[in-house]
Design a protein around this ligand. Structure first.
Ligand SMILES: Cc1ncc(COP(=O)(O)O)c(C=O)c1O
Length: 427
């Protein structure tokens, strides 16, 4: 029974170990999971945007089983072929010039690594991140995070010399502009920050999620990211793209950076990299990575050979099965359908996304975020066999992040359930 596991979990876990839905999984295959009571669900949360090729992909399971027959850990004491091959393969799909990496285990760890690399090689201290950003839960990462104050509450003092710029969120433009009349005031404000708060010569890096994740699923406008690239080049500031959530095919190319045609200096990768096995990476150019000497950073579990075997199989499956094109095609169709639905339903304030990283923002009659309606939709979806989760400071944005392997029929089913529950919640 689901409830028995949940009762046991509640006795043994701290409440800080949060779960979105009160069900316990018995098995998963592709886009479907079954709970302990035998009920089947379509999983459009993909284990928090991680199972980009679904649960238990046969190629991944076979690669992991093969690796387990020889060894499963090296701890950085000696080299091994699988980890080297995973690094070679990963750097063959990252944006041009980003061909050296450091493996770790989680998104937050990759972000910490990126910060350390940027500070180390520039000799500068300042970091600029964005309002609404989510970069993880470690102390360095939460210093950059501002998608919700509760992630930071009672943890001060956080990392010093961190500044937050406004994210280019056109729907809720902090400067009151519309997309058509946009003069990039948000970029102008960032330039103003470099005049007022911290000199550019003191800034090591600007870190941005090209598609804001936890903060509300907002793709940044291309012209903003281009402006950011120019600003960084002008001042010798390193540009970090945190693609922990938007990477590994999720946005219709390997990384959102390639969709935008903008190459950062440092890239963080995690989540979808190894189909659920813990692995992450900080990827950068040789000229920067070569300045990061032995002992300046380290790990025991990073680059675990079992996770790396899963990563190789994941990348090869995405390549061989044409899943990047499939993601673009499915994402465009879903976005079009949801935008048409929005026209008829005032509860839907905005539909946006890139590839299969789609956000449906629910608002009240006053246009303000409606987190309560969103909670209702999530719960009703679960009842009807669809797993979706939410995001945004007011938890009012539904994230639609199915595996890229989802079939047309399954996608249609997911959208039918989602639209129907929104319709009911709007009455
Ligand atoms: C953009 C981004 N960065 C970093 C993280 C942190 O990743 P992890 O939970 O694996 O530490 C997340 C997690 O959601 C994320 O979305």
């Amino acid at each position: 029974m689901n409830s028995e596991i949940i009762d046991r979990a509640n006795r043994v876990f701290t409440p800080a170990f949060h779960f979105y839905h009160p069900i316990s999984i018995a098995g998963g295959q592709g886009c479907r999971i079954t709970d302990l009571e035998g009920k089947s669900y379509l999983d459009c949360a993909s284990g928090l945007g991680t199972l980009n090729i679904g649960h238990n992909h046969p190629r991944v399971m076979a690669a992991v089983a093969r690796q387990l027959t020889s060894f499963c850990h090296t701890g950085g004491v000696y080299y091994n072929e699988t980890t080297v091959a995973a690094a070679e393969l990963l750097t063959s799909i990252t944006p041009p010039g980003l061909n050296r990496l450091f493996f770790s285990n989680s998104g937050a760890e990759a972000v910490e690594g990126a910060l350390k690399l940027a500070r180390y090689v520039t000799g500068r201290q300042g970091i600029i991140s964005f309002a609404g950003a989510f970069h993880g839960r470690t102390l360095g990462a939460i210093s950059l995070t501002s998608s919700n104050a509760r992630y930071r509450e009672r943890y001060s003092p956080l990392l010093p010399s961190v500044y937050h710029a406004p994210y280019p969120h056109c729907l809720r433009c902090p400067f009151g502009c519309s997309f058509a009349g946009c003069n990039l005031d948000c970029l102008g404000y960032l330039e103003e920050m470099l005049r007022r708060y911290i000199s550019p010569e003191e800034v090591a890096a600007i870190i941005i999620e090209p598609v804001l994740g936890e903060g509300g699923y907002v793709p940044a406008p291309t012209k903003y990211l281009k402006g950011l690239r120019r600003l960084c080049d002008e001042h010798g500031i390193l540009l970090i793209f945190d693609e922990v959530q938007s990477g590994m095919g999720r946005c219709g190319d390997w990384f959102a950076a390639q969709v935008y045609g903008i190459t950062p200096d440092i890239l963080t990768v995690a989540k979808g990299i190894a189909s659920g096995f813990p692995l992450s990476a900080v990827v950068s150019r040789s000229d920067l990575m070569d300045q990061w000497p032995s002992w300046a950073h380290g790990t025991t579990f990073g680059g675990n050979p079992v996770s790396c075997a899963a990563a190789i199989a994941t990348i090869e499956a995405i390549q061989d099965d044409g899943l990047l094109a499939r993601c673009r095609e499915l994402g465009a169709a879903a976005l079009g359908r949801l935008m048409a639905f929005q026209e008829q339903h005032p509860l839907v304030g905005d539909v946006r996304g890139l590839g299969l990283m789609i956000g449906v923002e629910l608002v009240g009659s006053d246009g303000k975020p409606d987190g309560a309606a969103c909670a209702q939709v999530l719960e009703e979806c679960l009842q009807q066999g669809l797993i979706v989760i939410n995001c945004g400071a007011e938890r009012n944005v539904i994230r639609l992040i199915p595996p890229l392997t989802i079939s047309d029929e399954e996608m249609g089913q997911a959208l039918d359930i989602l639209e129907q529950t929104i319709e009911t919640a709007g009455k």
